[in-house]
Design a protein around this ligand. Structure first.
Ligand SMILES: [Mn+2]
Length: 329
């Protein structure tokens, strides 16, 4: 919990920070924000990740200093593990030998850390990093603010997903006061993709189809599409949300082929439809309206299995749901 994290930082000096492979804006933003906070407190800290940082997040302060490693190769008093469901997610060997601090806003993960600070009411881990900064009496520098703001903007879909709370907006307001230019962050996240994203989007959206009830939309991305477009990890961010823009669509299934008969699947839903419960049935997890899982099999069979599970969730939901203020998860 938070008090243990504060105590640890106060009593130790050398920290590593890592997050999951193929990190999103919350993973990168929170890790860098925490790194800047620790440095501002006079600590030694660095962010280590396995693999590349998506292009959209390379403009953040400190991103150039992120070190790519396959295994722990430095002496840390503790390693912060940001937004990981288990200790394998960072893809870094030797983490199990470290004193680890598990910081996450997903309630579905394992409590693998020596310290576990899980706050499922936070819109993003970035919000937790801000809370940590306040709890430890740190100053919200412009660098911390930009990184944390990136985390909030990306995890809340620019403040329009149901995880956006009054606290999220209050924190965002404080970050703007600390020097963040919202238009600049939006520009580097949303308007700086390579053309490959548009080409991949054209191909993926070309597969969009609906179930017979017209309430569930499905998207497919093959390995060939990815290859032809030259898209990188992260270039497909947000594709899954596009069909949700149709009024009658209540849920979306986005299947990405990652190997022979192997798929990564993103699920999205509106209102009280809980796709996190669906994902858990397949060993995945996430939030009520946004979750992910892995599945194997023939395209059509795998899609049919997912569709029937999602349809069950849609059938259980309130068909008259239009708009309310959902509790954040
Ligand atoms: Mn997150």
């Amino acid at each position: 919990m938070l008090s243990q994290v504060v105590e640890l930082i106060e009593n130790k000096q050398a920290f590593g920070i890592t997050t999951h492979i193929k990190p999103d804006g919350d993973g990168v933003g929170s890790s860098l924000g925490l790194c800047w906070l620790l440095k501002s407190l006079g600590k030694n800290a660095e962010v280590i990740v396995h693999g590349d940082i998506p292009f959209a997040y390379r403009g953040l302060p400190g991103a150039d200093d992120i070190r790519q490693v396959d295994e722990i190769d430095a002496d840390y008093d503790a390693v912060f593990v940001i937004e990981c469901s288990d200790l394998q997610r960072p893809g870094i060997r030797g983490l199990d030998q470290e004193f680890t601090v598990n910081i996450d806003h997903h309630a579905t993960g394992e409590h693998f850390g020596s310290i576990n600070w899980i706050d499922a009411t936070a819109s993003a881990v970035g919000e937790m990093v801000y809370n940590l900064c306040k709890a430890i009496g740190g100053r919200v520098t412009k660098e911390i603010a930009e990184c944390v703001y990136m985390a909030l903007v990306t995890d809340t879909g620019s403040f329009h997903f149901p995880n956006t709370t009054d606290r999220t907006l209050k924190v965002a307001s404080e970050l703007v006061k600390a020097g963040v230019k919202p238009a600049y962050i939006s520009e580097i996240v949303y308007n700086s993709y390579p053309w490959a994203r548009i080409d991949l989007m054209r191909q993926v959206m070309g597969t969009v189809h609906r179930d017979p009830s017209g309430r569930i939309a499905m998207l497919r991305q093959t390995r060939a599409m990815r290859q032809e477009s030259g898209a990188e990890d992260g270039d497909n961010n947000g594709f899954v949300n596009i069909p949700l823009a149709a009024r009658e669509i209540r849920a979306v299934i986005y299947m990405r082929e990652v190997g022979d008969n192997k798929y990564r699947v993103s699920l999205r839903s509106k209102g009280d439809i809980n796709v996190s419960k669906v994902a858990e049935k397949f060993g995945g997890g996430g939030h009520k309206n946004a979750s992910g899982l892995a599945i194997e099999g023939d395209w059509d069979e795998a899609e049919a299995i997912l569709l029937s599970a999602v349809r069950e969730a849609v059938d259980r939901s309130d068909p008259d749901w239009i708009s309310e203020t959902p509790d954040s998860e």
